[in-house]
Design a protein around this ligand. Structure first.
Ligand code: NDP
Length: 288
Protein backbone atom coordinates (compact mmCIF):
# COMPACT_ATOMS: atom_id res chain seq x y z
CA UNK A 1 0.00 0.00 0.00
CA UNK A 2 1.29 3.44 -0.88
CA UNK A 3 2.32 5.88 1.79
CA UNK A 4 -0.25 8.67 1.96
CA UNK A 5 1.31 12.09 1.54
CA UNK A 6 -0.75 14.21 3.89
CA UNK A 7 -0.86 17.69 2.40
CA UNK A 8 -3.44 18.82 4.92
CA UNK A 9 -1.19 18.02 7.88
CA UNK A 10 1.82 19.65 6.21
CA UNK A 11 -0.27 22.72 5.38
CA UNK A 12 -1.27 23.03 9.04
CA UNK A 13 2.35 22.69 10.13
CA UNK A 14 3.59 25.38 7.73
CA UNK A 15 0.71 27.69 8.59
CA UNK A 16 1.43 27.29 12.32
CA UNK A 17 5.07 28.21 11.67
CA UNK A 18 4.03 31.26 9.65
CA UNK A 19 1.68 32.31 12.48
CA UNK A 20 4.51 32.05 15.00
CA UNK A 21 6.87 34.03 12.76
CA UNK A 22 4.27 36.78 12.32
CA UNK A 23 3.43 36.94 16.03
CA UNK A 24 7.14 37.32 16.83
CA UNK A 25 7.73 40.20 14.38
CA UNK A 26 9.05 43.57 15.50
CA UNK A 27 5.98 45.04 17.32
CA UNK A 28 6.56 48.36 15.57
CA UNK A 29 5.88 46.76 12.20
CA UNK A 30 2.43 46.21 10.73
CA UNK A 31 1.39 42.60 9.98
CA UNK A 32 1.66 41.22 6.43
CA UNK A 33 -1.26 42.03 4.11
CA UNK A 34 -2.89 40.11 1.26
CA UNK A 35 -5.39 41.69 -1.14
CA UNK A 36 -7.82 39.32 -2.83
CA UNK A 37 -9.64 40.65 -5.89
CA UNK A 38 -12.76 38.82 -7.00
CA UNK A 39 -15.00 39.84 -9.90
CA UNK A 40 -18.48 38.32 -10.24
CA UNK A 41 -20.24 35.63 -8.25
CA UNK A 42 -18.78 32.30 -9.33
CA UNK A 43 -19.72 30.10 -6.32
CA UNK A 44 -16.53 28.00 -6.53
CA UNK A 45 -14.42 31.19 -6.59
CA UNK A 46 -16.34 32.58 -3.61
CA UNK A 47 -15.59 29.40 -1.64
CA UNK A 48 -11.87 29.59 -2.57
CA UNK A 49 -11.74 33.26 -1.54
CA UNK A 50 -13.41 32.47 1.80
CA UNK A 51 -10.82 29.73 2.40
CA UNK A 52 -7.97 32.11 1.69
CA UNK A 53 -9.40 34.81 3.95
CA UNK A 54 -9.86 32.30 6.77
CA UNK A 55 -6.26 31.14 6.37
CA UNK A 56 -5.13 34.80 6.57
CA UNK A 57 -7.11 35.25 9.82
CA UNK A 58 -5.61 32.10 11.37
CA UNK A 59 -2.07 33.12 10.54
CA UNK A 60 -2.26 36.83 11.34
CA UNK A 61 -2.16 38.20 7.79
CA UNK A 62 -4.48 41.15 7.20
CA UNK A 63 -6.74 40.40 4.23
CA UNK A 64 -8.14 43.14 2.04
CA UNK A 65 -11.04 41.78 0.02
CA UNK A 66 -12.33 43.56 -3.09
CA UNK A 67 -15.47 42.02 -4.50
CA UNK A 68 -16.50 43.70 -7.74
CA UNK A 69 -19.72 43.16 -9.74
CA UNK A 70 -19.57 40.76 -12.72
CA UNK A 71 -19.92 43.60 -15.26
CA UNK A 72 -16.97 45.64 -13.92
CA UNK A 73 -14.94 47.23 -16.75
CA UNK A 74 -11.32 46.24 -17.47
CA UNK A 75 -10.15 49.78 -16.68
CA UNK A 76 -11.78 49.70 -13.22
CA UNK A 77 -10.07 46.43 -12.28
CA UNK A 78 -6.78 47.77 -13.65
CA UNK A 79 -7.12 50.92 -11.51
CA UNK A 80 -7.79 48.81 -8.44
CA UNK A 81 -4.63 46.79 -9.10
CA UNK A 82 -2.64 50.01 -9.49
CA UNK A 83 -3.99 51.21 -6.12
CA UNK A 84 -3.06 47.93 -4.45
CA UNK A 85 0.40 48.02 -6.04
CA UNK A 86 0.90 51.38 -4.31
CA UNK A 87 -0.81 50.46 -1.03
CA UNK A 88 1.84 50.29 1.70
CA UNK A 89 -0.25 47.83 3.76
CA UNK A 90 -0.36 45.23 0.99
CA UNK A 91 2.42 42.66 0.39
CA UNK A 92 0.56 40.25 -1.86
CA UNK A 93 -2.17 40.67 -4.50
CA UNK A 94 -4.25 37.81 -5.77
CA UNK A 95 -6.77 37.94 -8.60
CA UNK A 96 -9.21 35.07 -8.18
CA UNK A 97 -9.53 33.21 -11.48
CA UNK A 98 -11.47 32.65 -13.65
CA UNK A 99 -12.50 36.23 -14.39
CA UNK A 100 -15.67 37.01 -16.37
CA UNK A 101 -15.00 36.51 -20.08
CA UNK A 102 -15.12 40.21 -21.05
CA UNK A 103 -12.00 40.84 -18.93
CA UNK A 104 -8.47 40.29 -20.22
CA UNK A 105 -7.07 38.27 -17.33
CA UNK A 106 -3.53 38.07 -18.72
CA UNK A 107 -3.28 41.88 -18.94
CA UNK A 108 -4.58 42.17 -15.36
CA UNK A 109 -2.26 39.50 -13.95
CA UNK A 110 0.68 41.18 -15.68
CA UNK A 111 -0.26 44.51 -14.09
CA UNK A 112 0.40 43.22 -10.56
CA UNK A 113 3.76 44.47 -9.26
CA UNK A 114 6.10 41.44 -9.50
CA UNK A 115 7.13 41.81 -5.84
CA UNK A 116 3.45 41.59 -4.79
CA UNK A 117 2.63 38.68 -7.11
CA UNK A 118 1.48 36.25 -4.40
CA UNK A 119 0.33 33.70 -6.99
CA UNK A 120 3.71 33.68 -8.73
CA UNK A 121 2.12 33.97 -12.17
CA UNK A 122 3.68 37.25 -13.37
CA UNK A 123 6.04 36.82 -16.34
CA UNK A 124 8.91 38.22 -14.28
CA UNK A 125 8.48 35.54 -11.61
CA UNK A 126 7.90 32.85 -14.24
CA UNK A 127 11.05 34.05 -16.00
CA UNK A 128 12.99 33.87 -12.75
CA UNK A 129 11.81 30.29 -12.28
CA UNK A 130 12.90 29.50 -15.83
CA UNK A 131 16.32 31.04 -15.16
CA UNK A 132 16.71 29.34 -11.78
CA UNK A 133 16.68 32.67 -9.91
CA UNK A 134 14.95 33.39 -6.60
CA UNK A 135 11.43 34.81 -6.93
CA UNK A 136 7.83 34.21 -6.00
CA UNK A 137 6.85 30.72 -7.14
CA UNK A 138 3.46 29.54 -8.41
CA UNK A 139 1.58 28.21 -5.42
CA UNK A 140 0.32 24.79 -6.56
CA UNK A 141 3.61 23.43 -7.94
CA UNK A 142 5.47 24.99 -5.02
CA UNK A 143 3.06 23.09 -2.76
CA UNK A 144 3.92 19.85 -4.57
CA UNK A 145 7.65 20.48 -4.08
CA UNK A 146 7.07 21.17 -0.38
CA UNK A 147 5.25 17.83 -0.02
CA UNK A 148 8.11 15.96 -1.75
CA UNK A 149 10.60 17.67 0.56
CA UNK A 150 8.59 16.90 3.71
CA UNK A 151 8.51 13.20 2.86
CA UNK A 152 12.19 13.10 1.80
CA UNK A 153 11.34 12.19 -1.77
CA UNK A 154 14.41 13.27 -3.70
CA UNK A 155 13.71 14.01 -7.36
CA UNK A 156 17.39 13.82 -8.33
CA UNK A 157 17.85 11.49 -11.29
CA UNK A 158 14.22 10.41 -11.16
CA UNK A 159 12.04 10.23 -14.25
CA UNK A 160 9.19 12.68 -13.70
CA UNK A 161 6.14 12.95 -15.93
CA UNK A 162 3.90 16.00 -15.61
CA UNK A 163 0.44 15.56 -17.13
CA UNK A 164 -0.92 18.97 -18.10
CA UNK A 165 0.89 22.03 -19.46
CA UNK A 166 -1.06 24.98 -18.10
CA UNK A 167 0.65 28.17 -16.97
CA UNK A 168 -1.03 27.73 -13.58
CA UNK A 169 0.25 24.22 -12.85
CA UNK A 170 1.88 22.04 -15.52
CA UNK A 171 4.59 24.33 -16.91
CA UNK A 172 5.91 25.71 -13.60
CA UNK A 173 5.65 22.19 -12.12
CA UNK A 174 7.92 20.80 -14.84
CA UNK A 175 10.43 23.62 -14.29
CA UNK A 176 10.49 23.07 -10.52
CA UNK A 177 11.08 19.33 -10.94
CA UNK A 178 13.82 20.11 -13.45
CA UNK A 179 15.42 22.48 -10.94
CA UNK A 180 15.27 19.61 -8.44
CA UNK A 181 17.33 17.51 -10.92
CA UNK A 182 14.57 15.23 -12.19
CA UNK A 183 14.48 14.17 -15.83
CA UNK A 184 11.18 15.70 -16.82
CA UNK A 185 8.66 14.89 -19.56
CA UNK A 186 5.63 17.12 -20.08
CA UNK A 187 2.51 15.47 -21.44
CA UNK A 188 -0.79 16.90 -22.65
CA UNK A 189 -3.87 16.17 -24.70
CA UNK A 190 -1.84 15.58 -27.89
CA UNK A 191 0.64 13.19 -26.30
CA UNK A 192 0.49 9.69 -27.78
CA UNK A 193 0.14 6.60 -25.62
CA UNK A 194 -0.08 8.38 -22.29
CA UNK A 195 -0.35 5.16 -20.23
CA UNK A 196 2.98 3.84 -21.59
CA UNK A 197 4.66 7.18 -20.91
CA UNK A 198 3.27 7.40 -17.38
CA UNK A 199 4.38 3.84 -16.61
CA UNK A 200 7.98 5.07 -16.95
CA UNK A 201 7.52 7.72 -14.29
CA UNK A 202 9.16 7.49 -10.89
CA UNK A 203 7.26 10.68 -10.06
CA UNK A 204 3.92 11.28 -11.77
CA UNK A 205 2.12 14.60 -11.36
CA UNK A 206 -1.42 14.74 -12.74
CA UNK A 207 -2.87 18.20 -13.43
CA UNK A 208 -5.44 17.52 -16.10
CA UNK A 209 -8.91 18.09 -14.67
CA UNK A 210 -10.43 14.73 -15.72
CA UNK A 211 -11.99 12.73 -12.88
CA UNK A 212 -10.24 9.42 -12.11
CA UNK A 213 -8.56 9.38 -15.55
CA UNK A 214 -5.39 7.60 -14.40
CA UNK A 215 -5.72 4.04 -13.16
CA UNK A 216 -3.28 1.42 -11.95
CA UNK A 217 -2.34 0.39 -15.53
CA UNK A 218 -0.61 3.76 -15.90
CA UNK A 219 1.53 3.44 -12.79
CA UNK A 220 5.03 2.08 -12.30
CA UNK A 221 5.01 0.02 -9.09
CA UNK A 222 6.47 2.07 -6.26
CA UNK A 223 6.09 5.42 -8.05
CA UNK A 224 5.30 8.67 -6.27
CA UNK A 225 1.90 9.83 -7.52
CA UNK A 226 0.85 13.44 -7.02
CA UNK A 227 -2.76 14.30 -7.79
CA UNK A 228 -3.32 18.00 -8.43
CA UNK A 229 -6.73 17.52 -10.07
CA UNK A 230 -9.84 18.73 -8.28
CA UNK A 231 -13.01 17.51 -9.95
CA UNK A 232 -16.55 17.72 -8.61
CA UNK A 233 -18.62 14.64 -9.45
CA UNK A 234 -21.92 13.22 -8.30
CA UNK A 235 -21.59 10.29 -5.92
CA UNK A 236 -23.34 7.27 -7.48
CA UNK A 237 -24.82 6.01 -4.23
CA UNK A 238 -25.69 9.19 -2.31
CA UNK A 239 -26.30 11.44 -5.34
CA UNK A 240 -24.37 14.18 -3.54
CA UNK A 241 -21.47 16.13 -5.06
CA UNK A 242 -17.99 15.05 -3.98
CA UNK A 243 -14.42 15.90 -4.96
CA UNK A 244 -12.13 13.47 -6.76
CA UNK A 245 -8.74 13.89 -8.36
CA UNK A 246 -7.38 12.90 -11.77
CA UNK A 247 -6.02 9.70 -10.22
CA UNK A 248 -8.30 6.73 -9.59
CA UNK A 249 -7.14 6.57 -5.98
CA UNK A 250 -8.66 3.17 -5.11
CA UNK A 251 -6.91 1.37 -7.96
CA UNK A 252 -3.59 3.25 -7.74
CA UNK A 253 -3.02 3.27 -3.97
CA UNK A 254 -2.17 -0.46 -3.75
CA UNK A 255 0.70 -0.24 -6.27
CA UNK A 256 2.13 3.28 -5.90
CA UNK A 257 4.95 3.95 -3.44
CA UNK A 258 3.41 7.20 -2.24
CA UNK A 259 0.26 9.09 -3.18
CA UNK A 260 -1.56 12.33 -2.37
CA UNK A 261 -5.29 12.05 -1.62
CA UNK A 262 -8.05 14.33 -2.92
CA UNK A 263 -9.21 16.12 -0.88
CA UNK A 264 -6.48 16.66 1.71
CA UNK A 265 -3.48 16.54 -0.62
CA UNK A 266 -2.26 19.39 -2.80
CA UNK A 267 -5.35 21.62 -2.35
CA UNK A 268 -4.49 22.79 1.19
CA UNK A 269 -0.86 23.22 0.16
CA UNK A 270 -1.82 25.70 -2.57
CA UNK A 271 -3.47 28.05 -0.06
CA UNK A 272 -0.52 27.62 2.29
CA UNK A 273 2.00 28.58 -0.38
CA UNK A 274 -0.05 31.70 -1.08
CA UNK A 275 0.36 32.64 2.59
CA UNK A 276 4.05 31.73 2.39
CA UNK A 277 4.55 34.00 -0.65
CA UNK A 278 2.78 36.88 1.10
CA UNK A 279 5.04 36.53 4.14
CA UNK A 280 8.10 36.24 1.86
CA UNK A 281 7.18 39.54 0.13
CA UNK A 282 6.60 41.13 3.52
CA UNK A 283 9.99 40.03 4.83
CA UNK A 284 11.68 41.35 1.71
CA UNK A 285 9.96 44.69 2.21
CA UNK A 286 11.06 44.97 5.83
CA UNK A 287 14.30 42.97 5.63
CA UNK A 288 12.80 40.77 8.35
P1 NDP B 1 -6.16 23.45 -17.54
O1 NDP B 1 -7.49 23.07 -18.09
O2 NDP B 1 -5.65 24.83 -17.75
O3 NDP B 1 -5.06 22.45 -18.15
C1 NDP B 1 -5.30 21.09 -18.25
C2 NDP B 1 -4.14 20.42 -18.94
O4 NDP B 1 -4.44 19.05 -19.06
C3 NDP B 1 -3.89 20.93 -20.37
O5 NDP B 1 -2.51 21.08 -20.58
C4 NDP B 1 -4.48 19.84 -21.25
O6 NDP B 1 -3.77 19.62 -22.46
C5 NDP B 1 -4.29 18.61 -20.39
N1 NDP B 1 -5.30 17.62 -20.71
C6 NDP B 1 -6.65 17.77 -20.74
N2 NDP B 1 -7.24 16.62 -21.08
C7 NDP B 1 -6.27 15.72 -21.27
C8 NDP B 1 -6.25 14.36 -21.63
N3 NDP B 1 -7.37 13.67 -21.87
N4 NDP B 1 -5.06 13.75 -21.75
C9 NDP B 1 -3.91 14.43 -21.51
N5 NDP B 1 -3.86 15.72 -21.13
C10 NDP B 1 -5.03 16.35 -21.03
O7 NDP B 1 -6.21 23.07 -16.02
P2 NDP B 1 -5.28 23.54 -14.79
O8 NDP B 1 -3.86 23.24 -15.07
O9 NDP B 1 -5.66 24.90 -14.37
O10 NDP B 1 -5.83 22.54 -13.66
C11 NDP B 1 -5.70 21.14 -13.80
C12 NDP B 1 -6.44 20.47 -12.66
O11 NDP B 1 -5.86 20.87 -11.44
C13 NDP B 1 -7.92 20.85 -12.53
O12 NDP B 1 -8.63 19.74 -12.03
C14 NDP B 1 -7.92 21.94 -11.49
O13 NDP B 1 -9.16 22.02 -10.80
C15 NDP B 1 -6.83 21.45 -10.59
N6 NDP B 1 -6.17 22.49 -9.81
C16 NDP B 1 -5.94 22.20 -8.51
C17 NDP B 1 -5.30 23.10 -7.71
C18 NDP B 1 -5.03 22.71 -6.31
O14 NDP B 1 -4.91 23.57 -5.47
N7 NDP B 1 -4.91 21.41 -6.02
C19 NDP B 1 -4.89 24.42 -8.19
C20 NDP B 1 -5.09 24.60 -9.60
C21 NDP B 1 -5.73 23.66 -10.38
P3 NDP B 1 -3.74 20.72 -23.66
O15 NDP B 1 -2.79 21.78 -23.19
O16 NDP B 1 -3.22 19.94 -24.81
O17 NDP B 1 -5.14 21.21 -23.82
Amino acid sequence: MAQRLDGKALAQKIQAQLATDISQRDPNLRPPGLAVVMVGDNPASAAYVRNKERACDRIGITSFGSHLPADTAQETVAELIDQLNNDERVDGILIQLPLPSHLDSVALLNRIAPDKDADGLHPENMGRLMRGEAGLRSCTPAGVMAVLKEYNIDATGQKAVVLGRSILVGKPMALMLLAANATVTMAHSRTEDLPALCRQADILVAAVGRPNMINSDWIKPGATVIDVGINRIEDETSGKARLVGDIDFASVEPIAGAITPVPGGIGPMTVTMLMHNTVLSYRKRFNG
